[in-house]
Every structure is written in C-alpha cells, then in structure tokens.
Design a protein around this ligand. Structure first.
Ligand code: SF4
Length: 62
C-alpha cells in the first residue's frame, strides 16, 4: 500500500464531512473521525475528503 489517510484526533471537530465524502473509509468513534478502511475509496476520493476537511485534520501517511 502506498499511502494511507490518517485523522489527527486533536484537530478533528467531528463535523462528519469526511464520512459524507468517503463513508467506507472514515467512521465516527468517540465524536471524532477515524479511518476504518484506508482502501475503502480511490485516492482521488480520499484527497477530496482531505481537501474538504475544514480544520485540515486529515493527512496522508506513507
Ligand atoms: S472532515 Fe475533518 S473535522 Fe470533519 S469529521 Fe472529518 S476529519 Fe473531522
């Protein structure tokens, strides 16, 4: 696997926007988003969720 998305729980506000964009990749746990399946969407779709996160809490990890 090349790179996987990661949510910084300290930054996430729990707005659920990433889950609306990639429901198979992100899920809510304890009021913050977590990555449930890093391969649940294409890299382009995950990038869209990253770009849309209002607090830039999602990053790629190699
Ligand atoms: S879009 Fe960003 S702030 Fe909103 S739930 Fe996802 S990671 Fe958290």
């Amino acid at each position: 696997m090349a790179k996987v998305p990661f949510v910084d729980a300290d930054l996430c506000t729990g707005c659920e926007l990433c889950i609306e964009t990639c429901s198979d990749v992100f899920e809510m746990k304890d009021d913050v988003a977590i990555v449930s399946d890093p391969e649940g969407a294409s890299e382009e779709e995950i990038q869209e969720a990253i770009d849309n996160c209002p607090v830039e809490a999602i990053i790629w990890k190699e």
